[in-house]
Design a protein around this ligand. Sequence first.
Ligand SMILES: Nc1ncnc2c1ncn2[C@@H]1O[C@H](COP(=O)(O)OP(=O)(O)OP(=O)(O)O)[C@@H](O)[C@H]1O
Ligand SMILES: [Mg+2]
Length: 238
Amino acid sequence: MTRPAISLRDVHLHLGSGRARVHVLRGITLDVDAGESVAILGPSGSGKSSLLMAMAGLEPAGSGAIEVAGTPIGSLDEDALARFRGAHAGIVFQSFHLIATMTALENVAIPLELGARAGDPWQRARAELEAVGLGARTGHYPAELSGGEQQRVALARALVTRPDILFADEPTGNLDGTTGEQVIELIFAAHRERAATLVLVTHDEALARRCSRVVRMADGMIVSDEPTPGPRRRKAAK
Ligand SMILES: Nc1ncnc2c1ncn2[C@@H]1O[C@H](COP(=O)(O)OP(=O)(O)OP(=O)(O)O)[C@@H](O)[C@H]1O
Ligand SMILES: [Mg+2]
């Protein structure tokens, strides 16, 4: 029996202070196997992004236990968390989060600065941009790229460290249908071809059904957790 890639036990998270304090995650228990693809659905404000942030070590949980890739991330300090993310997690956000003063190539190379890695970082960053179809845009700044191109740069940045888990928070929320579909295809290709575990937050039921499992949230809690029927269902071998 292998350990799950992600394991949460009774995780609680509060955000804000004073009257703005919100009990955002209210007892989340969840296991995600290596190579699985999990969609997280739920109404706005139900805690989907917060759950993703907690799993990716971007938001420390108030209580409960979170283990990701065999690491209990609750016990890590900021530096160790950054190293943990560099080694295991690729993260894609709805609003790209690229650094405006850096070119596409520089943005993609950023995660490679953390820790020694094999190979030339610029070559790896360039290869990752080519893989998302942006080999001709390496010298462009984010403002010189379309929304879909910016999101593909963000995806290349998330994948350049060869993460075993890819976290995506409404990665197509700011893109039109066709452009969004291209980004989704690239995300699922990364999931399949690299056997990366995928956790995908979305409002799109059809997109969610492409994952092997759908977890629904409401009011900071998981209200259902079911495998997806149908041919798209897959659980990649690791
Ligand atoms: N810094 C904060 N301080 C106080 N409350 C917060 C903070 N950040 C988020 N919240 C609250 O936490 C709840 C969950 O937010 P979260 O962003 O996780 O929701 P979501 O499910 O991702 O919603 P959406 O679909 O709109 O992105 C919301 O009610 C929100 O108002
Ligand atoms: Mg959100």
